[in-house]
Ligand binder design. Structure first.
Ligand code: FE
Length: 205
């Protein structure tokens, strides 16, 4: 089975004006799809059919196959990014709220640090919330790099490649970050404490 673009959990115009339907048409419909198509080409050429997306990403990392790693990791990162957004955001509750309170004092402070980290990230990459042991951390990774190949659990990601915001915000990454952090699906973040949302992205490819 070739990898496929995942179905979005909302309509193309549902995140507007934060993310316009036009951005989704390009970012999801062209950029994300191109990563899927290129990965399928590599997988067929290299005889890797039958491996899961995560297996392909780890294989590429272990063998130093940069083309395969970049394209397959970008499938996973983008699926995870889309799943972490919602047109109907709610506040964090339960265990997630407790973890946020313990580390950051408030959700607002966590968001502030995520925006600061993602704004300062030089050039292409991803802002991340991850669970390291039992501590929530804010970090960022370059280019296509992904928590799939590290020991911590991904909880949420924000795409800071220019293609994520150029149509709606031009070069204003901070404006994009201020807006997008208001449509985070905290239920998805909470589900990832137990690995649930992560497995959705694993299966997306
Ligand atoms: Fe992107």
């Amino acid at each position: 089975m070739a990898f496929e673009l995942p179905t979005l959990p909302y309509a193309k115009d549902a995140l507007a004006p934060t993310i316009s339907a036009e951005t989704l048409e390009f970012h999801y419909g062209k950029h994300h799809k191109a990563y899927v198509d290129k990965t399928n080409g590599f997988v067929a050429d290299k005889g890797l059919e039958g491996k899961s997306l995560v297996e392909v990403i780890r294989h590429a990392k272990e063998t130093g196959d940069k083309g395969l790693f970049n394209n397959s990791a970008q499938i996973w990162n983008h699926s995870f990014y889309w799943f972490g957004l919602t047109p109907e955001p709610k506040e964090p509750t339960g265990k997630l709220a407790e973890l946020i309170e313990a580390k950051f004092g408030s959700k607002e402070e966590l968001v502030k640090q995520l925006i600061a980290e993602s704004t300062a990230h030089f050039s292409n990459g991803w802002g991340w919330l991850v669970l390291d042991g039992d501590e929530i951390k804010v970090t960022s990774l370059h280019d296509a790099d992904t928590p799939v190949v590290y020991d911590y659990k991904p909880l949420l990601t924000i795409d800071v490649w220019e293609h994520a915001y150029y149509i709606d915000y031009r070069n204003a990454r901070p404006g994009y970050l201020e807006a997008i952090t208001k449509i985070i699906d905290w239920d998805f973040v909470a589900a990832n404490l137990d690995g649930e949302g992560v497995s959705r992205a694993d299966q997306a490819g």
